[in-house]
Design a protein around this ligand. Structure first.
Ligand SMILES: *Cc1c(COP(=O)(O)O)cnc(C)c1O
Length: 462
């Protein structure tokens, strides 16, 4: 008797496919509610027991109650944090990855999947101007990508740099760096040395000044620049920082988790000048490259340095190692290649494939246009805000994040407004802090977020 769990059940499959079809065809995706409407946990009591439940009833519980208690970050009205906007092609191919149990751990097991992922990494490396030997892998998110890259920075510095002080190694960061950078440094036992920003931007001059004047400078091994800060979309002076890093043999890491997608936009490309100097660079396709969760691209200028640090040795893994050409300096990402060697993971989902399929199907021009559309929406929204009495634009957006103030509002006013806006399903917008003051923040990412939606949201501010 075959075990029914492993037998295709046409009825259950149709139920699930029908739901997927309905969800995929929602246009636009409604916002729905998060935890603000009370907990749905009570509905789950008694659901799981020794006997299974009817799939239709369980799916209904999910669709009617659980899914409705999740704010849809792929709604064009989701303008908080960093939204998502996966293409339909990418979502569909994510189902293929799931239904095929596609993993992408090693060349031996998954050469086809790895070759496709590497094609996307190559494209991203070319956009950044990294050399032909650059390569890396996809990981689950920017946090893991930053951590994986900074481990390589630390271990490479251990033999690259003679640190006269011999104290704890330090990484130069600005206060605008993403929280995951501080967390990564804490995990790997590396300290931070803060570089003051100029109008929230880290510059090469400020870095050079810290290195010249701080008594701890001898212990600095790396610098982390941000290509699109999460709070305001500010791109650091990558050319200046990269050049200082080169001169001092510091590892130059560029965190483009959110903003790196701007490389696709000719109108914004100049802001990223200097990114080609990066020793490591990350960008999250699950943010502004229109891929589903979870996906971050991690690229190294010299993948063999990452491999020396991340490769896992175990006797059961030896079969993966036979004649791996990446062992040689010439090994590029077109050759036999194990993604497990380039980050802190081993087993991994082939999470670069949804982006691969979507890019292949739509072409890179469509990505350029989608990113440009979002940049234009941000610019035009900023102009609309600047022209409204009672509102004050905090700064011109560099990428797609717009900060603004409502005259006389306190944090409590913003929070109450934000909750009412979500309750009315007009938008999900949260406040942030800017120079010590509460301000409203619009994070644009979905090409279907229209100026009409923005106007409707602004109208609710009175
Ligand atoms: C979002 C973000 C991260 C973290 O990425 P996750 O995918 O959420 O782990 C890191 N850096 C920046 C600049 C980000 O915007």
């Amino acid at each position: 008797m075959p075990n029914p769990m492993f037998v295709y059940d046409e009825k259950m499959a149709e139920l699930v496919f029908d739901y997927c079809r309905r969800r995929l065809s929602l246009e636009p995706v409604p916002l729905d509610y998060g935890g603000t409407r009370g907990s749905p946990a009570g509905l789950l009591t008694d659901l799981m027991g020794p006997e299974g439940a009817d799939p239709a009833a369980v799916l209904e519980l999910f669709t009617d109650h659980l899914a409705a208690a999740v704010i849809s970050c792929d709604s064009p009205r989701f303008l908080s944090f960093i939204p998502a906007a996966p293409t339909k092609a990418a979502l569909l191919f994510d189902m293929v990855v799931s239904c095929s149990s596609l993993q992408g751990t090693s060349w031996l097991e998954a050469a086809g999947a790895v070759a496709a992922e590497n094609q996307v990494l190559r494209l991203l490396a070319d956009l950044a101007g990294l050399p032909p030997r650059a390569g890396g892998c996809f990981v689950s998110g920017g946090s893991i990508a930053n951590l994986s890259a900074l481990i390589v920075a630390r271990d490479t510095a251990a033999y690259r740099r003679d640190r006269p002080g011999g104290g704890m190694p330090l990484v130069a960061v600005s206060e605008e760096a993403h929280a995951s950078v501080g967390k990564a440094l804490h995990i790997i036992g590396v300290g931070a040395i803060e570089v003051p920003t100029e109008d929230h931007r880290m510059t090469g001059a400020a870095l050079a000044s810290v290195l010249a004047n701080d008594p701890r400078a001898g212990d600095v091994i790396a610098v982390v620049a941000t290509a699109g800060t999460t709070n305001a979309g500010v791109v650091d002076d990558l050319a200046g920082i990269g050049s200082v890093a080169r001169d001092r043999a510091l590892w130059f890491h560029v965190d483009g988790a959110y903003g790196g997608a701007g490389l696709f936009a000719p109108s914004a490309r100049w802001r990223f000048e200097g990114i080609e100097l990066a020793d490591s660079f990350i960008v999250d396709p699950h943010k502004w490259l229109f891929a589903p969760f979870d996906s971050a691209a991690l690229l190294y200028r010299e993948p063999r340095l990452a491999k020396a640090v991340h490769e896992q040795h175990a006797s059961y893994l030896e079969a993966l190692r036979t004649g791996d050409p990446a062992d040689e300096d010439t090994g590029g990402i077109d050759e036999e290649y194990n993604p497990s060697d380039y980050a802190i993971h081993l087993t991994r989902r082939a999470r670069g494939l949804p982006l691969w399929f979507s890019l292949a199907v739509h072409g890179t021009d469509a990505y350029r246009d989608a990113v440009e559309t979002v940049l234009a929406t941000a610019r035009e929204s900023a102009a609309m805000i600047a022209g409204r009495p009672g509102l004050r634009l905090v700064r011109e957006p560099e990428l797609s994040i717009v900060l603004f103030e409502r005259e006389g509002w306190s944090r409590a006013d913003y929070d109450a407004w934000s909750a009412a806006l979500l309750a009315s399903q007009q938008g999900f917008v949260t406040a942030t802090t800017w120079e010590g003051r509460p301000v409203a923040r619009l994070a644009f990412l979905h090409p279907h977020t229209t100026l009409d939606i923005v106007r409707e949201i602004l109208d609710t501010m009175g």
